[in-house]
Design a protein around this ligand. Structure first.
Ligand code: DGL
Length: 279
């Protein structure tokens, strides 16, 4: 789809199925303090991991178009599940930079001392072509144990960052990885870094927990620099604007736990597609 020429002062658009991508937004804000950031939490349709590839493509397409309509000069798909399902379609449709997630399996393979790495992600991500290709590129030098984590995205969406139920779920998912001597755990879903204190507590100090938020922020910086689209550092610091396809009051209560400043959550216009929603 042809796009109007972007300007360095245009904002960066970021989206996820819900509040998970705020873990990536944090890193982008840290790396690029002068940029304006737009964020869409597609909460009405979360978790994407329970949806078909076609449904995820439909939502990712619509949300990307809304961000572009608000002037985004680049899109960050702050969701591993949407990356696996939809990034090829988004890049085929749009010419602006589209930066996506890749679970931190390569850094984990370089870091492990036991030769065993564990990956927590949604079933959709673990089954995606891009993830299978990523594992193939490691060449079998380390053992990669994959662990789907049903229910964990919902715990974060409900703001249950420290509850007993969240701890029980995490213990069940991490236990088999630790039993097989994994010493490096990859958080392959952008919701999971919000649970890092609980995860680190469960695995203990000898196990390293990695995510790819900072690497994605560096990639955003690189892509904008290549295209002369970095906002000049002079002037005011960057701001943020947030939308959700879900209930703004409910999402605001969770965002208040996850974002350091007070924000307003706006309803996402034209959020409905023909898909069933989760209310
Ligand atoms: N944050 C998304 C990810 O990185 C969550 C997936 C979902 O909604 O199931 O995979």
């Amino acid at each position: 789809m042809p796009q109007a020429a972007s300007s360095p002062t245009d904002p960066i658009g970021v989206f996820d199925s819900g509040v998970g991508g705020l873990s990536v937004l944090h890193e982008i804000r840290r790396a690029l303090p002068h940029e304006d950031l737009l964020y869409v939490a597609d909460s009405r349709y979360a978790p994407y991991g329970e949806r078909s590839r076609e449904e995820i493509v439909a939502r990712a397409t619509l949300v990307t178009e809304r961000l572009i309509a608000h002037g985004a000069k680049a899109i960050v798909v702050a969701c591993n599940t949407a990356t696996g399902a939809a990034v090829c379609e988004l890049r085929a449709r749009h010419t602006l930079p589209i930066i996506a997630m890749e679970p931190a399996v390569k850094p984990a393979a370089a870091h492990t001392r036991t030769g065993v790495v564990g990956v927590l992600a949604t079933s959709q991500t673990l089954a995606s072509h891009s993830f299978v290709q990523l594992l193939g590129r490691l060449g079998g030098e380390v053992e990669v144990l994959v662990q789907p984590c049903p229910g964990l995205v919902e715990q974060v969406e409900h703001g249950e960052l420290r509850s007993d139920r969240t701890r029980t779920l995490l213990a069940a998912y991490l236990g088999p990885l630790l039993a097989r001597r994994a010493d490096t755990i990859v958080l392959g879903c952008t919701h999971y870094p919000h649970l890092r204190p609980l995860i680190q507590d469960l695995v203990g100090p000898a196990v390293t927990v990695l995510d790819s938020g900072a690497a994605v922020a560096r990639q955003v910086h690189r892509r904008l620099a290549e295209q002369a689209l970095l906002r000049p550092p002079a002037g005011r610091p960057g701001g943020e604007r947030f939308w959700t396809s879900g209930d703004p009051a409910r999402v605001a209560a969770v965002v208040a736990e996850l974002w350091p400043t007070a924000v307003t959550i706006e309803p996402l216009p034209m959020a409905q597609t023909a898909l069933s929603d989760t209310g």
